[in-house]
Design a binder for this molecule. Sequence first.
Ligand SMILES: [Zn+2]
Length: 339
Amino acid sequence: MSKFKKLTTNLFLIKNFIQLFICLGIGLLVPPKTYSWGFFGHRYINYHSVFLLPPEMISFYKMNIQYLEDHSVDPDKRRYAIPEEAPRHYIDMDQYGKFPFLDLPKRWNEAVDKFSEDTLHAHGIAPWWIMIMQNRLKKAFIQKNKNEILKLSAEIGHYIADVHVPLHASSNHNGQKTDQLGIHGFWESRLPELYAESEYDLFIGKATFIENQLNFIWDRIYESANASDSVLKIEKVLSLRTPSHKRFNYEDRNGVLMRQFSTLYANRYHDSLKGMVERRMAASIYAISSFWYSAWVEAGQPSLSDMGKGNSDSASNKEMELLQFYWLGNRIIGRSCTN
Ligand SMILES: [Zn+2]
């Protein structure tokens, strides 16, 4: 082998080694972009929510089902653009005592009087934000503004799904207080990705009118808060019984080698949760569809049959481009699910 050939071969090997080293390092240190319920989960939930709607609504929603799926993750993308966004996705119920959480008023004004707006923002404002979105959706139905109806339907779907995730109701949201880093994405992204399509039955009955939507959302948050202990404890017990090399493996994700929970370990955790992920996913779907339906009923049941396909106006396209731009910049503002 000539000296030159030898040198280039060595350089090639060194380059490959460095690349592998960087990939492994990045894989360990930088998690992939995360969404609550995961990119897959939010799309899946919004999609299935359409099929619970009554005949007067289903054709319009079905016609726009692609939009509802595609924009189910816009609120998470917005977390890369504006600081106010993050607290809309969670509420740390453990900061307000224990179930039945009598110390925390359900209504915004009363909660502000008791705790101050700053404190509420610090621990998350998800239930109140959902009600703001619901009122906007109702208004959009009254005005028969199809682009707004679609945008708000897609986005309220995201926020409602988020509060069904137990760790969105806990300040130990990524197991950072109990040495369980990564559990957030494990429960809400990895498990649905592995099991939802093959094992879950999510075509579940039909939407119903919810008289008191604020109370309904609070009940779902109490359930999430109560379940968050099990989510953490079950994984803790399992992790102590499973050696690290069986808990994790490396998988190629968009060209980057990522360390993640192994399928074997995911199987064990999923079995130990005894259907919890499927139940919370189904409950999300029922809640979203029922919120869409309730907004429409309260708006006087306007006819949707003449509305057709929506959301190609330039203002909404511009906003989407901007969200995409910030999201690609990869710097989340406020709490992410990975720190
Ligand atoms: Zn979210």
